[in-house]
Design a protein around this ligand. Structure first.
Ligand code: PHE
Length: 345
């Protein structure tokens, strides 16, 4: 009889305690699929007398409800159990995924090194704007208007204005002027910064690069002070025993002016491609600050004298790490940059 069957299966469902996900699946196959027991009992329900239907309709519906609820409960129980099980299977002894650390840019590393050396000699760090006027970039530095020396540095002009054009600075010497205008000697400062020149980009030239300029102005500063300071700098940066030599040169803002070479850091003077087999490589320009420049900045050139020097950070870095293409510095290729990873300081 239908009523007995319902009672019997109800008992079975109530007692059902699955031990695995497979038990739950078997339960579903037995009771809930289209040929399962629930469906079967509903078929049988159609055949009973209408009197019985009145009683059994409710009982049968409750039975169906019971079977579905039991199935859902069992299913969630084993679904979460399956997850826990999976996590336990993970091998906790495996090494973790490494996360990549950034690294300092080689130019930052070298700039920092240069700054540290001069800091120990009592130089402070001074900075100035990258957008400059004609006065600070040229005129105050003894470049008269229309003077051919202005063409030594191809300039990116921003705004032409009567007597005082606005441009991207072509060298950090502009910071010298700003520093001297703002006070009175003694001055002992180095000025790192980015500079711009209108040049076609190639392995050997770029339209922007970085310089460090140095300035020392006080009473009785001589060329001997300049030589000794730069000699010390080179020993610190390229190692004891590096030789220096000075060649006469020309800059409008220094008199006398010189270019300084060091014995080739790669072949130690024996001759290689880098030094074009001369044994020497040029690293900076320097000289005694022209008295006109001191006067332009409101400093008494009878009382004070000074020296200045300027170098390209890219050039110094190229010599240190033997980098042959300037474009690598600004392309952000991590294959290049990651080579400096160990040098985090
Ligand atoms: N400003 C010069 C340049 O960019 C370098 C320099 C600086 C030379 C100071 C002498 C003294 O070429």
């Amino acid at each position: 009889m239908l009523q007995d069957k319902i009672a019997q299966y109800t008992k079975e469902i109530e007692q059902f305690t699955p031990a695995s996900a497979a038990d739950v699946e078997n339960f579903r196959l037995k009771f809930l699929v289209s040929k399962g027991i629930v469906k079967e009992l509903f078929e049988e329900f159609k055949t009973v007398s209408s009197e019985e239907k009145r009683v059994l309709g409710k009982v049968l519906n409750e039975f169906k409800q019971l079977a579905e609820t039991k199935f859902q409960e069992s299913q969630t129980q084993f679904a979460s159990a399956a997850k826990v099980h999976k996590r336990e299977e993970e091998d906790l002894t495996l090494p973790g995924d490494g996360f990549q650390l950034g690294s300092r840019h080689p130019l930052s590393l070298v700039r920092k090194e240069i700054v540290e050396i001069f800091k120990k000699l009592g130089f402070i760090v001074a900075e100035g704007p990258e957008i400059e006027d004609d006065w600070h970039n040229f005129s105050a530095l003894n470049f008269p208007p229309e003077h051919p020396a202005r063409d030594m540095q191809d300039t990116f002009f921003i705004k032409k204005q009567e007597g005082n054009d606005i441009a991207l600075r072509t060298h950090t010497s502009s910071v010298q002027v700003r520093l001297m205008e703002a006070g009175q000697p003694p001055f002992r400062a180095i000025m790192p910064g980015r500079v711009y020149r209108n040049e076609a980009i190639s392995a050997r030239a770029h339209c922007f690069f970085h310089q460090v300029e140095g300035l020392y102005v006080d009473e009785n500063v001589s060329f001997a002070d300049l030589k000794q300071t730069l000699f010390h700098f080179v020993q610190e940066l390229y190692g004891e025993g590096t030789k220096v030599r000075f060649r006469p040169s020309y800059f409008p803002f220094t008199e006398p002016s010189a270019e300084m070479d060091i014995s080739c850091s790669i072949c130690k003077g024996a001759g290689c491609n880098l030094c074009k087999h001369s044994g020497w490589v040029e690293i900076l320009g320097c000289g005694m600050v022209d008295p006109n420049v001191l006067e332009n900045c409101g400093i008494d050139s009878k009382k004070y004298s000074g020296f200045a020097f300027g170098m390209g950070i890219e050039r110094i870095t190229n010599l240190k790490y033997e980098i042959k293409d300037l474009r690598l510095f600004s392309e952000n290729d991590t294959r290049f940059l990651s080579q400096f990873e160990t040098e985090i300081i």
